[in-house]
Design a protein around this ligand. Sequence first.
Ligand SMILES: [Fe+2]
Length: 298
Amino acid sequence: MNTVYFDPDFTDAVRRQQLYEGQLFVYSPRPSSIALCEFARGMIEQSFKGMDPRTAQDKMDVEEYAAILGQLKPNFIHHPNSKELLSKLLDEMGCDREKTYFDVPRMRSSTSDGYLTTGIAYAWHPHRDTWYSAPACQINYWIPIYEIKSDNAMAFHPQYWSQPVRNDSSGYNYAEWNNRYRYTAAQFTKEDPRPLPRATEPLKLDPQIRLISPPGGIILFSAAQMHSSVPNTSGLTRFSIDFRTVHLDDVAEFRGAPNVDAECTGTTMNDYHRASDLSHISEDLVSAYNTPPRGASK
Ligand SMILES: [Fe+2]
């Protein structure tokens, strides 16, 4: 990894190739991303009933706060407007809506000063999404909903792009994890017992890259990129949207970023919806990626 592209005039094919080589992209806010953020802001502000959502954490106890997020986040994820706005955004980003598939957009929050860092507002330790059964061709989009600063952003650790890290992803299988832990996040307000893959050796997190864009700006990175939540010391809760895409040609041809150290099993491939009609990727292709859990009979 050596380059951060800012508003480049690339085709989607060239951009995907660059992402698979570890480069990062930042795009200025555009009408569709601004619309998505405005929609998200409306839902957030309604949930916090007139309080400034960025400082609401200072005014309520953590269980009450987690309960609000526990309703707000799934409501945003599953709202039909979210998918529709996302599909428009992909179009505006030059993606072919017949061949680009996305998973539902997530709303994330990062509270300040360790107020809530588990469960529904998990503060992400450094990881690659490919440790969590994401395919090598997955591309991640990340969009701040409100202004962000360096001390409530996300961080990339590009020195690990081509350097393997010892990790415990071999114990992770996507389907098994979902069966056990899906819908449980809001209950974990003090500790988080979910076995999330992580590095099992110390990481050098500096130098790191934090990309700061205005609200509605779009950061793109490969699922194989090492990234983390910056410990939020800004005094303000950060709210952001992220989602993932795959391109059917890359799925069919098994293209993507090199895998240097992921050992998880299973696949997220059945989660993606085609931008044009929300259909899924064919069962044949999903099963081609769906490696069985270790020790399971084939
Ligand atoms: Fe991630």
